[in-house]
Each structure stands twice: as structure tokens, then as C-alpha cells.
Design a protein around this ligand. Sequence first.
Ligand code: GTB
Length: 210
Amino acid sequence: MSEYTIIYFPVRGRCAAMRMLLADQGQVWKEEVIGMDQWSDGVLKKTCLFGQLPKFKDGDFVLFQSNAILRYLARKHDLYGKGDKEGAQIDMANAGVEDLRIKYAILIYKDYDTGKEDFIKTLPPALKPFEDLLAKNNGGKDFLVGSKISFADYNLVDLLSNFEVLSPGCLKATPLLKAYVNRVLSRPKLKAYLESDAHKKVPINGNGKQ
Ligand code: GTB
């Protein structure tokens, strides 16, 4: 029996995808919410391997780094594709999501006022590789890789949901991606979680920008 705990700031941020994965897989988890006042005293930060959150616990087992946490959960819950090749393709897709997430975080936390317009203009070409991956996999009817959802799908769908908030309609140029996001978001357990206060009342980012 797993005893999962997510220790993070009161935002969706880098924990949204792992929460979506857990909810969709019917898992329960605890949240330890760290306010900025607590974080600023530096006590917890000193105990974090890279000086950052999220921190994740499975009982006594502790992990840092959101993508490592996603992969751990993927291995435990069979969300890493079939065989080495699908696993490598899922890693490749997730690395693309991470590259884009870093650009989004820079926009949100550093360049929002000056960079938003340009960021939105670069979205269609930035999303094209994911549209291409979908197109090559059963004409876009399945997931990024293979016929079963993977951790990279939760990560991508979370980021694309944030982009839809930043720029409503931004998926118009990538219709397979748009249909895929809708399909994933309508999975019953995931939908119920996303409609709950546990998700809705938590802001996307820590500075009020979205
Ligand atoms: N590579 C790491 C991962 O993927 O886990 C990156 C983790 C990371 O960037 N953590 C940030 C952090 O711990 C929080 S996510 N920052 C504190 C520090 O470095 O001291 C982004 C974020 C920023 C601000 C808030 N906020 O104000 O509530 C929340 C989340």
C-alpha cells in the first residue's frame, strides 16, 4: 500500500501533472503545503537535495525533481509504455514538454509583461512536434506514444491546459492536440479531480500570473 505525500507550495506549478496522474490512477495522496513565510526561514530548503520543492514521499522513500517523481509513479503504475523503445519515445516526448515548461516558467516569473505576446506567437511552431507525434500514432486517436496513457501525457496535457488559459484558442492550429487534450481531460477520475476544490482553488502559478 503506497503512502504518497506531495510537499509543495500552494500552487499547481510543477505538481499538477503528478496530481493528475495520481487522481486518474485512482490513488490517494497527502499534501503538505509550504507557505512562502515558512520557506523563507530556510530550514526546509536546507534539507532539500537541490534546495527546491517539490519533495515527494512514498512512505519513508524521499524524492526530489518533478520529472523523477513522475517517472517513479509511471514505473509503479505502468505508465511508461511497452518495452524499451516506447519507454525511450515517452522520455523523448517528456523532454520536449520540459523544454517548453521551462520557457513558460521564464515567461510567468520573469518576462510576463514584455514577453507574453511573443511567447504566444511561438506557440503553434512549438506545439507542432507534439501534433506530429500524435499524427504518427494511430492518426492521433491514442496518446503521445502507444495505446496507453503515459506520464508524458499527463505532463503535456497539464502544460497545454495552462497555455489555453494564457491564450484561449491557442490549440486551433493543432487539431489533433486539441482533441487529445479534451479526450484526456474527460477521463472520469481525472475530470472529477479537476472539478474538485482540491484542484480548482489552487492557482496555476505562484505570482498570480497565468
Ligand atoms: N527542476 C526542479 C523540479 O522539476 O522539481 C525545479 C523545481 C523548482 O523550480 N522549484 C521551485 C522552488 O523550489 C518552485 S516551482 N523555488 C524556491 C527556491 O528555489 O527557493 C515554481 C514556483 C515559484 C514560486 C511559487 N510561489 O511563489 O508560491 C511556487 C512555485
